[in-house]
Design a protein around this ligand. Structure first.
Ligand code: AMP
Length: 360
């Protein structure tokens, strides 16, 4: 069981600026008082009572901590320490300064498939490591793929946010409706038993976007996106994939397969000729093919705009809720306005989307 320190985090770390926000709290810079070393602190609000829906249950935080403790790998965010108080848990993790991989790529003028593969290889190594430990991330998407230092000659990938991750046990089925519509596999939508193969579907979607700037199943609404996924409605449109190699398309096709057991595993991906060319011709093909940068920049700008829009919307909603809660006199009334639901409608998409900031 993970060791949660009952001391005050501020006795050991100076709390600095906000680095980001998740659905259950903020991530802030921390400076270790003794050494002066910088870290990041994920401040997670704990659920106060069984009936409350605000904050996370302690056992959910424990699960994230235990998973992070098991995952010591260069391409996975490292956990250093955990502090617990009555109202919150603080995860002290490695500080990741390079921002999101997609933002880094969007700043480039040109990018060849070769360069994209270097990043993808690191993602696959991190994912292969966690899958070998029977851990699935279940929320792989651009927002959760960061770079340790974007100024380095070879920036290192760091996979973050293990809030939905699960340790899978042989003989036990695990089902969940969580994730972000664009990146989840058909088995999630159909509420079928899940495995590490669901992460491989997400990697297929991320690769498709990375190469073309298009999202393979994106519809005009979340419902349409989910329908497109279940119907396996996607194609490589010439206008977006004219600069893409056939090997890259083959790689994606071997991941976007309806039956999870038929998809390539992370280990198999690392051996696919697009990632690890066996002949000179294969190597030459991928160094001649490029990313559709014009479209990728557009995709990323839209994604960032949507993230900020959702964040403002979430803050406004929180303020409204807090106002309501203040006015409520009875405990019963108070309880009814505590909610971590994002949408009041009961659309299937709002069931699936866990966080406002995660939909793009
Ligand atoms: P999370 O709740 O884990 O999804 O984190 C929310 C946001 O905080 C992320 O989207 C990042 O922008 C930022 N963030 C999370 N972890 C770190 C970290 N270790 N270093 C720097 N920023 C982070």
């Amino acid at each position: 069981m993970a060791q949660f320190k009952l001391q005050n985090v501020e006795d050991f770390y100076e709390i600095g600026e906000i680095l980001g926000s998740g659905h259950f709290g903020q991530v802030r810079e921390l400076r270790e008082r003794v050494s002066g070393v910088s870290w990041a602190g994920k401040f997670v609000k704990l659920r106060r009572s069984v009936s409350s829906r605000l904050g996370l249950e302690r056992k959910t935080v424990e699960r994230e901590v235990e998973i992070l403790q098991a995952l010591q790998h260069n391409n996975i965010m490292a956990l250093k320490d955990v502090f617990e108080s009555r109202a919150e848990v603080v995860l002290v993790v490695e500080l990741i300064c390079g921002g999101e991989l997609f933002d880094f790529i969007a700043e480039k003028e040109n990018l060849m498939e070769n360069d994209a593969i270097e990043f993808l290889k690191q993602i696959l190594k991190g994912v292969a490591f966690m899958h070998n430990k029977h851990i699935a991330h279940f929320d792989l998407k651009p927002e959760n793929i960061m770079l340790s230092d974007k100024k380095a000659e070879h920036p290192e990938i760091k996979i973050i946010d293990f809030g939905l991750a699960q340790r899978l046990t042989t003989g036990e089925e695990y089902r969940s409706l969580c994730g972000t519509p664009q990146y989840i596999g058909p088995e999630v939508i159909n509420y079928e038993p899940l495995s590490t193969a669901s992460d491989m579907w997400s990697i297929g979607v991320i690769t498709y976007i990375l190469l073309s700037g298009m999202s393979p199943f994106q519809g005009d609404s979340d419902e349409e996106t989910l329908r497109n996924i279940v119907d396996m409605k996607y194609e490589f449109e010439d206008q977006y994939f004219s600069q893409t190699s056939d090997m890259a398309k083959d790689f994606i096709e071997k991941l976007l397969i309806k039956d999870p057991s038929e998809r390539m595993t992370a280990e198999e991906c690392l051996l696919h000729p697009w990632i690890k060319p066996l002949t000179r011709k294969q190597a030459a093909n991928r160094s001649r093919s490029s990313i559709n940068m014009k479209n990728f920049k557009k995709f990323n700008a839209r994604r960032k705009w949507k993230m900020s829009y959702n964040m403002v919307w979430a803050c406004n909603r929180l303020s409204r809720l807090q106002l309501l809660c203040k006015r409520a006199k009875e405990d019963e009334e108070l309880r009814s306005c505590e909610s971590d639901q994002e949408d009041i409608e009961t659309k299937p998409a709002s069931l699936i989307r866990r966080r406002l900031s995660s939909s793009s």
